[in-house]
Design a protein around this ligand. Sequence first.
Ligand SMILES: *Cc1c(COP(=O)(O)O)cnc(C)c1O
Length: 389
Amino acid sequence: MGTTTHRHRFAMEIVNQSDTPFYYYDMDVLHATLDEISRLTAGFPYKIHYAVKANGNPHILSEIKRCGIGVDLVSGGEIMAALKAGFTPHDMNFSGVGKSDWEIRLGLEHEIGCFNVESVPELDIIDHLASLMDKRANIAIRVNPDIDPHTHKNITTGTAENKFGIKIKDLEHIIHRAIHLPHIHLMGLHFHIGSQITSMQPYVLLCETINRLLDHYDSQGIHFEMINVGGGLGIDYHEPDTHAIPDFEGYFGTFKQHLHLRDNQQLHFELGRAIVGQCGTLFSRVVLVKENSKKFIVLDAGMNNLIRPALYEAYHEIQNLTSRETTNEVYDVVGPVCESTDVFAHDRRLPVTHRGDLIAIRSTGAYGESMASTYNMRPLAHSLFHSSK
Ligand SMILES: *Cc1c(COP(=O)(O)O)cnc(C)c1O
């Protein structure tokens, strides 16, 4: 076993026996995260739905299920995965701009908790399909509040120029339509402004927008039984060990302080990354080190295993767990895939690295395994779970 200067808590006896690349999930971190959420939401009319698209690994899903939270789903495949993991349909939300008929029917058949509806055509389609099945669909209208969370442009969802939700000026029309459709039960409003949000300011703006909307609809005598503020809380990709648990105190505290919930009104949250991001690590071995005009560490994991750096220029901590070198070197850390964007890090300072060294790519529990592909006909990485209990 190699020496390491990192304060990580990997079970090296398991790690060293496994073929790379693989995803390693620290279930202690996942449990501690879920416990913190329970502690901070207890006694409030809050309900958490885990966004399955962040990580749909069956083992992760059943752990989350055991903690009694619901799920936010974005496809028929995710509905089936959630049913298989034992989630109750009542605890399922179904989001997405383009739900296919079979996916809507699947949701109706199981009488899921809520469809998050993103357009007038979608509302009419759900009403029609529900009428054919003699069902009534619970829905929330997804509002696009035009709030810029100042994250990467590819993960912003709540500004006016992207495809998600209904603009506030068009909201009144769809709400009145929903109220009058016979196979629709309007439960409330849904918002989701983006992802990897680490400042609370966008959430304060969101609360203020919601307060204004609630005042407006109160004056029309329209009561919403539920408000869903989506997810998006970010994690610390730079300090995965010091900040293994995201700032839930600040996050829930913002809504406790700024959102004026009405009587008999529930507040729903849909968190993905904040729940699973820090429990996952992608392990890989160094295939070789080469030098062109730069020094490259070539790994046996590639963008097919973890696409976030290639897709969003995302940062992940990279640790060499086995190098015994005392000096550092600057490297580009790359994968073997035949694409020039198959780069995990540019100009990263690491201990002098050799073929065979074990590399940990941290904070990969969210949008890692779930976005993996077999591009270049590379096999999917397997997954491994560790719990000290
Ligand atoms: C992706 C998504 C989420 C979860 O986003 P995170 O940034 O992982 O918290 C929540 N709600 C909806 C509608 C989503 O599309």
